[in-house]
Design a protein around this ligand. Structure first.
Ligand SMILES: *Cc1c(COP(=O)(O)O)cnc(C)c1O
Length: 379
């Protein structure tokens, strides 16, 4: 058990996972691309209108597949925010891409579209956007710019299940998208992910990359009479047991989402009076976006205040955390960065606090966290 009375995260189990896992065992085939894999992939395509979905071991693995599919060659450039998780960039670094980091908006930690265009060169082979907190990036201008230049857009939708942009599900908008089912995300199978393909040109090759560079998936459908090594790839597909577990979560997707959104709203309305006094700022959801209750944050006025508030909350038994050390300043990347200042990225990195948000958190616990924050600002 953690020493925190209110942990930052607690994975939620619907109680249906073990049933589906045992059914998968009974059916006897537990390797990848089995019945539950198909059922789960169909669920997502049906609910969100995705072109094609492939379950993976992680969002990291899905991003690696996306980098291969985008046909990244050594020296090709990929534009993405610096304010994101390591895997967004690492997947492309594995293909020897040059990462070109963009800054985020001043008021929200999503990529600032106006900073993308000047970064595009003849070598730019992909633009990756991250829908931070599950709140959509403004996709229309990004898509328009990318279409003009013939560059695919990849949505890192790790936070973004069941969230929308102008009525369109996140993950259905870019040429490709990646989701995470890590235990810190809204729905989970421990470690897991999904690649979404919305452009038919990628469908066949994606299956091959997924199945170790072989055309085994086509063979199982009877489309080819033998299967063999036809391209590069890896073992990106999870066991059907993992898919069965995830399917057990999907049965409660709506309840999970409803609860998480209500926690987000409770934090927001509890903390709004303090935000109105400019003690910190809260996530404001643009008109084109929806809230999927992935995470709740506040942004303090300074780095020192952020650190003090985090340790105050810790004393009170509340586990809150900061988010994203800027990738352009990381020990791996700092020397490779072109030196552009990314001030908004740095400010969010220094002053953003994520509050506990999980399915089983109670109203009383949310109120307690908020009371602690009120107390801190009374001091
Ligand atoms: C969680 C996360 C990932 C990685 O997901 P895994 O499933 O753990 O590989 C990638 N990008 C973002 C934005 C994330 O939050």
């Amino acid at each position: 058990m953690s020493k925190f009375e209110i942990p930052f995260n607690k994975p939620f189990f619907t109680g249906r996972e073990a049933y589906h896992v045992s059914l998968a065992v009974t059916q006897g085939k537990i390797s990848g691309n089995g019945l539950y894999t198909a059922k789960t992939q169909e669920f997502f395509c049906g609910k969100y209108g995705f072109g094609k979905t492939l379950l993976t071991h992680s969002c990291t693995a899905a991003l690696e597949m996306a980098a291969i599919l985008a046909n990244i060659q050594p020296g090709d450039e990929v534009i993405m925010p610096s304010f994101t998780f390591v895997s967004t960039a690492n997947a492309f670094v594995l293909r020897s891409a040059k990462i070109v980091f963009a800054d985020c908006l001043r008021d929200f930690p999503n990529i600032d579209i106006s900073t993308i265009e000047p970064l595009i060169t003849a070598k730019t082979k992909a633009i990756v956007v991250v829908h931070y907190a599950g709140i959509a990036c403004d996709m229309d201008p990004i898509l328009q710019l990318a279409a003009e230049k013939g560059i695919p857009v990849i949505e890192d939708a790790a936070h973004a299940i069941d969230s929308y942009y102008k009525g369109r599900p996140l993950g259905s908008i870019g040429q490709m998208a990646t989701f995470s089912f890590h235990e810190t995300k809204n729905i989970t199978c421990g470690e897991g992910g999904m690649l979404v393909l919305n452009d038919e040109q990628y469908f066949n090759r994606a299956e091959i990359i997924w199945e170790k560079g072989t055309n085994r998936a086509a063979f199982y459908r009877g489309e080819v009479d033998k299967y063999g090594w036809v391209d590069i790839g890896s073992s990106y597909l999870p066991s059907d047991l993992v898919a069965a577990f995830l399917f057990g979560q999907l049965e409660m997707l709506e309840e999970i989402q409803k609860k998480r959104v209500s926690v987000f709203q409770r934090y927001y309305s509890n903390l709004k009076p303090l935000a109105e006094k400019s003690l910190f700022s809260l996530p404001e959801i643009p008109g084109y976006a929806t809230c999927n209750g992935h995470l709740f944050y506040l942004v303090t006025r300074s780095a020192a205040e952020r650190d003090n508030l985090l340790s105050f909350l810790k004393q009170k038994g509340v586990q809150a955390v900061f988010h994203y050390l800027p990738l352009h300043m990381s020990s791996f990347f700092a020397a490779k960065h072109d030196g552009r200042a990314l001030p908004n990225t740095i400010r969010f990195s220094e002053s953003l606090i994520r509050l506990p948000l999980f399915y089983e958190i109670t109203d009383q616990q949310v109120d307690y966290v908020c009371e602690c924050i009120v107390q801190y600002f009374k001091k």
